[in-house]
Every structure is written in structure tokens, then in C-alpha cells.
Design a protein around this ligand. Structure first.
Ligand code: UDP
Ligand code: MG
Length: 335
């Protein structure tokens, strides 16, 4: 499953290869423009390039467009997943099949600028294993998305045991050894932001203005984002479990102290007012807390259940390899 898509021998053993992994789900509106910009950016990179488009079960024209793009550019490989497995799985598939000495992951919707790739390669050449891109601004995204994304990154960074970078998306360059390290991580719950942080290595951060989507719509609605947040939290921290424990302890101690206080007061002053309303409040509060704590345990248990099945992260329907990485659009189009 993890062999590379490139059949050919490397031309000129001294030239390194760069793999560009692009997860694609219903992006027919932007694919042509994306590839055009990517090709221009890659012309400034002194490496052989391999471009791996991972079609994550698109229902639109994307698969057909990708085949067409591949016919016009021999560096392009296309992986087709058997259905929509989600962006994390699509990226995993791309990484599994990338053969480059360095690998760039980039969104197809032009929200991650391909123009940044030459700079990333330069930093990699300077010895950095991971080159990330911090979003200094986010155009065209709703206030809610900006706020919730901010909150998610902050909470995850604050509670997780590994240093998760804030406001850094999946757009990044990784050296071969980082990719190999990632491939060793067997978990099904592939919250990439956490896994990227977990593997470590030396990092450099570039900064860019996040543009609005070139065309098409974002696949992430409220529920998808909530799911992603839960996945991220439960994969990299057990702080919620600990908080449940601590809260339970706090309430129990509080109840003991209050009980003692009431007992003493009753002995000294009698019991003039029966406190039914407040009693009901306490009962409801405790019931709610117990449900919450059980729910949190369930979130972890459910994920344990998924992990225990050991199913593959994705299934391939079709693999179209790149035919020749030495292709140069400059030469062939006579520009
Ligand atoms: N994507 C994917 N599978 C999915 C959803 C998205 O491969 O199930 C791809 C999508 O085609 C794009 C990238 O992941 O290249 C980011 O998706 P999107 O733009 O919807 O996310 P956002 O930028 O809103 O976070
Ligand atoms: Mg996007």
C-alpha cells in the first residue's frame, strides 16, 4: 500500500525530487487554475517535481479533470480513493505514495498559495525538516469560522501534551524523514495537526495572507468542524477526562462540607425551613455533571472502538502513476 507512484528512474541522480500532495474533493471549479499556478510556482524550484492529486471521492467533474491534467503533464499522478474518506485520509494516502525527498501538502482551492512553495524549498535546503505557513489573515471566511478556529487552536494547544502550532494549517513542506516518521504512526484518528506536532524535528514558519477560496465552497460546516475539534482533542489530550475527575472531586468535597455545615446547624438551631427547591437544584446539577462525565468517557471509548477495528485509513480505487518527472512545461510548450 505504501509504494511510490513513480515508475521511472530519477533523471540525474544529483537532482532531488519534490512531491506535491493535493487532496481534492469536488474542486472542479478551481482545479485548472490551481494546476496552472502550481506549474508556474514549480518552475522556480530547482528540483524534479511529482504532483500527486488525491481524489477523495469527488462527485463532480474533478476525477475527469484530473485525468485530463495528468495527460497534459507527465509529472502528475492521480490517486482515486474508493469513496470520500475525508481530508485527513486523503493526505495520508498522498503521503503514503509520495516518493520525493521533500513533500509539500497543499489545498486545491488556492487558499494556500503555491507561490510560497519556492520559499519552502529554500528553507528545506537550509536544513529545516518542516516548513509551515502561518496564516496572518483569513479573507472570505465568516466571523464565526475565524473565531471558532481560533478557539479550537487555542484549546488544543493549551491542553495537549505536544506543542501544537497555532493558526498553522496543513499547508507545509516536510522532509523525507518526517514523512517516514508520520507513516509509522498507525492510528485511525488522523488529526494531522497533532501528528505533525508529535513527530517533532526542526521547524521553520513562513507567514502568508490566507486568500478567500478561488471558487467552490468549503466542505466544512459547523458539525464537521465540531467533529474535527472533538477528534483533535481526544487524540492528543486526556485533559477532558481529568477535568471530569477534578470537577467530581470538587463537588463531592463541597457536598461533604455543606453536609457537615447543615448537620451542625440543625443540632444547634433546629431545622426551621425545609430546602426542597435548593435540593432539587443540587440533584439536577449532579445529574447533569454525571451525564457530562459519562459522555466524555464515551467520546474516548468510541474512538478506542474505532482504533481497535484496525481498518485501513482509506481504500484506493485507482492509481494512475506519473510517467516522467523530468517533464518541463517550458520546453514542451515552446514558450
Ligand atoms: N478535501 C478533501 N476531502 C474532504 C474535504 C476536503 O480532500 O472530505 C480537500 C479539499 O478539496 C481542499 C482541502 O481538502 O483541497 C481543504 O478543504 P476546504 O477548502 O473545504 O477546507 P477549508 O479551507 O474551508 O478549511
Ligand atoms: Mg479551503
Amino acid at each position: 500500500m505504501t509504494h511510490s507512484v513513480t515508475r521511472i528512474h530519477r533523471h540525474g541522480a544529483s537532482l532531488d525530487t519534490l512531491s506535491v500532495v493535493v487532496p481534492v474533493h469536488n474542486e472542479s471549479a478551481v482545479l485548472g487554475e490551481f494546476h496552472r499556478q502550481l506549474v508556474i510556482a514549480l518552475e522556480q524550484v530547482p528540483l524534479l517535481a511529482e504532483i500527486i492529486y488525491v481524489d477523495d471521492g469527488s462527485e463532480d467533474e474533478s476525477p475527469r479533470l484530473l485525468r485530463q491534467i495528468r495527460l497534459g503533464d507527465t509529472r502528475v499522478a492521480v490517486l482515486e480513493l474508493s469513496r470520500n474518506f475525508g481530508k485527513e485520509a486523503a493526505m495520508t494516502a498522498g503521503l503514503d505514495h509520495a516518493s520525493g525527498d521533500a513533500v509539500v501538502i497543499i489545498d486545491a482551492d488556492l487558499q494556500d498559495p503555491p507561490q510560497l512553495i519556492p520559499q519552502m524549498v529554500e528553507a528545506w535546503r537550509d536544513g529545516f525538516d518542516i516548513v509551515t505557513a502561518r496564516r496572518s489573515s483569513r479573507a472570505g471566511e465568516s466571523l464565526f469560522k475565524k473565531l471558532s478556529s481560533k478557539l479550537f487552536y487555542r484549546v488544543l494547544a493549551a491542553t495537549s501534551d505536544v506543542p501544537i502550532a497555532i493558526d498553522v494549517g496543513d499547508f507545509r513542506l516536510m522532509s523525507r524523514r518526517v514523512v517516514d516518521a508520520l507513516k509509522q504512526l498507525p492510528e485511525r484518528n488522523r488529526c494531522m495537526k497533532g501528528l505533525f506536532a508529535w513527530v517533532g524535528f526542526t521547524q521553520k514558519e513562513l507567514s502568508y495572507e490566507r486568500a478567500a477560496r478561488h471558487a467552490g465552497t468549503s466542505k466544512w460546516g459547523f458539525w464537521e468542524l465540531l467533529h474535527l475539534a472533538f477528534d483533535g482533542l481526544t487524540a492528543f489530550t486526556w485533559a477532558p477526562l481529568r477535568i471530569a475527575t477534578l470537577l467530581g472531586l470538587l463537588v463531592a468535597v463541597g457536598a461533604l462540607v455543606m453536609g457537615g455545615f447543615i448537620a451542625v446547624r440543625t443540632v444547634l438551631f433546629g431545622d426551621p425551613v425545609p430546602g426542597y427547591p435548593s435540593l432539587i437544584c443540587v440533584v439536577l446539577f449532579l445529574g447533569g455533571m454525571q451525564l457530562l462525565a459519562t459522555g466524555i468517557q464515551g467520546e474516548y471509548l468510541g474512538r478506542l472502538f474505532i482504533e481497535s477495528k484496525q481498518r485501513p485509513n482509506y481504500l484506493l480505487k485507482n492509481l494512475q502513476p506519473a510517467s516522467d518527472l523530468s517533464y518541463s512545461p517550458h520546453v514542451s510548450k515552446g514558450r
